[in-house]
Design a protein. Structure first.
Length: 272
């Protein structure tokens, strides 16, 4: 009996690793109440990534929202993955199996690239999934332009063509219109915000840290650490499956869980 109890405890401890840390342990058993039982907040193997009620205070409208961090005290970070050159089925399987919330910002030219095409920075396209790969990830597919230009070098009309064109392409291929915009290289100006708003975006999303090969986190803060609400930037580049798995483990070891960026922004962004 004692052995069985130990095993149950171990199983609980293991599953708690991937559960949101805010969920309190189930209360000790008490005399059965007469009221109908409510479900206890038991650890779930699939973290929902949703904010708890009242966790996020809604922003006041003050121009087009530019987001680089989510204001929360909970140990939660957000994973975003950009461009889309590598379309690795192994990575897609992990995302679906583990239910880790991610938000994807693909560029049309990367998604539609043909085998062998140079992806810049020495990366080569090594996938073959195209838009169905991104649609089938089952995560929000957001806007990262058609051709990945430095938007500051473009005039207002060209910026609008890049952002609206990508919005239309995503809606056509994925079946949902994107609501978030991320500027390539994090480079933008006032015309970018106007264009993003006109193309139906709700916010521009930047990041607080980027993830390099071997799951190395390049922090933008001098303390070189993760903070609650950090938005991490990864790229669809090889070996994404390996690096993503290492990154998830590394972040969980530090006691953080993964938030659903779109759900947090639903609570955070001003209602128009
Ligand atoms: Zn990019």
């Amino acid at each position: 009996m004692r052995r069985a109890f130990t095993i149950i405890l171990t199983a609980l401890a293991l599953s708690a690793c991937s559960a949101p840390p805010a969920a309190p342990p189930p209360p000790p058993p008490v005399a059965a109440p007469t009221a109908s039982p409510t479900p206890s907040p038991s650890p779930s193997p699939t973290p929902s990534g949703l904010p708890v009620p009242g966790e996020v205070t809604r922003m006041k409208r003050d121009g087009f929202p530019v987001i680089s961090t989510i204001p929360t005290k909970r140990k939660v970070v957000f994973l975003t993955i950009d461009d889309g050159w590598e379309q690795d089925p192994g990575f897609a399987r992990i995302v679906r199996e583990r239910g880790i919330p991610i938000t994807v910002f693909p560029t049309r030219d990367a998604v539609e690239a043909k085998d062998g095409q140079e992806a810049g920075q020495g990366w080569k396209y090594i996938g073959a999934g195209g838009w169905p790969y991104f649609r089938d990830l089952g995560v929000p597919i957001e806007n990262h332009t058609l051709t990945h230009p430095d938007l500051r070098t473009l005039g207002p009309d060209a910026q609008r063509a890049e952002i609206c064109g990508a919005a239309k392409a995503i809606e056509r291929h994925v079946g949902r219109a994107p609501e978030l915009f991320r500027p390539p290289f994090g480079s933008w100006n006032a015309a970018t915000l106007t264009a993003a708003e006109k193309c139906g975006m709700r916010a521009m999303v930047l990041w607080t840290a980027s993830v390099q090969t071997d799951a190395l986190i390049a922090y933008q803060n001098p303390e070189k650490r993760l903070y609650p609400g950090d938005i991490l930037l990864l790229h669809f580049r090889p070996p994404l499956e390996k690096d993503f798995t290492r990154l998830v483990r590394k972040i969980e070891r530090r006691g953080f869980s993964f938030g659903d960026l779109n759900a947090y922004l639903d609570d955070l962004l001003p209602v128009s």
